[in-house]
Design a protein. Structure first.
Lengths: 362, 362
DNA sequence: GAAATTCATGTTAGCGATAACATACGTGAG
DNA sequence: CTCACGTATGTTATCGCTAACATGAATTTC
């Protein structure tokens, strides 16, 4: 009634050559596969001579163990999946370094999946990793409805998960984040303390990404100092669901250009991240204005470049590598000690780094 | 004689809860596992009602197929591994996007491994991916002895491999690259044509990384125009094996600072990549000199930022995403059509992008 | 109306590894 | 001398899935 033909398999012309197996090694070394297994995994008793004979054959045959078979039998692959939204982002890079630092020591392999900020690929990444039976997942992508749903199902079904800066909670998934609300608040307060009253924000759309914590901090600081939030000063963040991360300089440039065209333009701007801020810097320079004299600029993340642009950029630093490390530790604890343990949560403080791009308002 | 105890397994306290299997679904849907398999994989004949009944149970039980078992049986995991040296590099990001574009359409999952520019981790990445029986590998890390050796063994043992910009050849591994020698030549020639005679190079060490093609192009251009290569103008690239990619601005800054201290300083510099160039720009500005009037600067890669710094950066663009796409296509052809096909090689042309940071010598 | 074909399912065997148990030999204790 | 234990292997039975083949029923063909 339903004919569904697998066209794919028809296109495979040549079979992979058969890989060397444990049994092959066993035959050549005149032992049983079990003994070879013991040698490979350095477990149990093996006579030195036997061991060496086996190892010789292993090397000669260029044997590589089959992780699929091994994982299937052992119900464990010693593999962790990390899901990030944007590979080009220095934030992801630092995060992954922190994660690897911890995992490597404990003998786990890290596979990274990139969602390119798309909800569909977010879900796909989770499923691929779950299908391939990663022992656990570290998820550092931004929250989205379908992703959160899928994630909940996976966690419910028993996969250990650590979340990084994701706005989603589950009783059995640990959560690591930085206090970006406070970070956004501090940066904005810094500008206010310098005497600025018209402070723009570059990188959110008022219709969409209002969940952005650093933007909420911006609003909070304004409120607290009785400054009204002028919607014409909020720019950028528009466009598709598919915005590749690397175009954020573009967004900063375009956003700032828009702000400069206002009749009453801001005397300071706070950018969603450093790339955006750098784009803004450039737009200001091209307009023939000076930073920070005419317009002060603050960014977020303290990417390495922030201290290498002119003027150097005032920004907010979050302990990125530490977040990666802790997320990995949480995950390993859950995997190796107690998969049912209640959620653990840790929020890191951010640090305002004042550099040349901000100064008192004229 | 040899007691080797596996301490690891002793530390595992709680077992993962048993995952739902095909057999469980089969029982609940009152069919055999084979029928469930047919439904899941949309292959063969299944009555509509049966199909729906099975799918209902699958959803209710939140079933996820076991990729290990599946891969083991099918001798194919529909998984490709990409090995990159530096996750923070926009070059890697573009590359991976190109690769994904192609793979996704064909139903393959991409797992990324990062070697952090370390030879040891390069090898580890190959082995992890081989162990987990990725159907093929795309390798975009820089060549190193141990890595090349391991790679040769893996290719010999039948794993399909595509190389990107790696200085290593094997009769059964395809190779995609950009003509960085010519790119380096063009950039240097551009500076020479502008009348520069003292042209520095930032980012190689004369004792080590002489294999860098773009540096060879630099040398070639100098030779051809009868300019002597002044070793005091070659800086940077030193330090450990472990240099994280993100510190290249640092390298550019430090290298340029060194050049500025020379009694006869260069009137132009060519940097190994754009980050290095941006570091150099900053060093020049901080020294109170102007770009390009006092010193001209050229970079390499045309990262998005290059057109968003002040002054905008003259650089060399290579078709990065195309390289990723082609490497993926080569790999799929090898996997699905003919694993024994002779090596295919493609070198893309680079393009000199002249912007504000270069101008005629005074 | 018998043979051929399509549809719908089931049965069997094994992918490559290892946990758990079984076997057998030495060696020192009692 | 026997028992117990440490040492060094081997045997068996899966892990979860699917290729290949087998089995019938329904439908079509000549």
């Amino acid at each position: 009634m339903h004919v569904i033909v697998n066209l794919y398999s028809m296109s495979v012309k040549k079979q992979a050559k058969r890989q060397v197996t444990l049994a092959d090694i066993a035959t050549l070394a005149a032992v049983t596969p079990m003994t070879v297994s013991r040698v490979i995994n350095a477990s149990g008793y093996v006579r030195v001579e036997t061991r060496e004979r086996v190892l010789r054959v292993v090397r000669e045959m260029n044997y590589r163990r089959n992780g699929l078979a091994r994982g299937l039998k052992r119900q464990r692959t010693e593999t962790i999946g990390l899901v990030i939204g944007d590979i080009a982002n220095p934030f992801s890079a630092e995060l992954s370094r922190g994660v690897r630092e911890v995992l490597e020591k404990r003998g786990y392999t890290l596979f990274i999946c990139v969602s390119e900020h798309s909800a569909k690929e977010d879900v796909q990444a989770f499923e691929s990793l779950a299908d391939h039976r990663a022992d656990g997942l570290i998820v550092a992508t931004r929250s989205c409805k379908s992703g959160d749903e899928r994630l909940r199902e996976l966690i419910d079904s028993g996969i250990p998960v650590s979340l990084i800066g994701r706005d989603f909670r589950h009783p059995h998934a640990d959560l690591v984040s930085a206090d970006n609300l406070k970070g956004g608040y501090e940066a904005t307060k810094h500008l206010i303390d310098l005497g600025h009253e018209r402070i723009g924000f570059i990188g959110v759309s008022l219709t969409k990404s209002l969940g952005l914590r650093r933007f909420q901090g911006y609003q909070e600081a304004l409120n607290e100092h009785r400054l009204t939030l002028d919607e014409s000063l909020i720019v950028g963040g528009g466009g598709s669901d598919q915005m590749p991360g690397y175009s954020t300089e573009e967004m900063g440039f375009a956003g700032m250009t828009k702000l400069l065209r206002l009749k009453k333009r801001p005397t300071a701007v706070f950018a969603r991240n450093d790339f955006t801020a750098i784009g803004a810097l450039n737009a200001i320079k091209q307009a023939g204005l000076r930073i920070p004299e005419d317009i002060a600029v603050a960014g977020y993340d303290d990417i390495p470049l922030a201290s290498h642009v002119a003027p150097t950029l005032t920004t907010v630093r979050q302990p990125t590598r530490e977040q990666g490390r802790l997320a990995a530790r949480f995950l390993l604890r859950r995997i190796e000690e107690d998969r049912e343990r209640p959620r653990e949560e840790k929020t890191f403080d951010c640090e305002l780094i004042v550099r040349q791009s901000t100064a008192p308002a004229k």
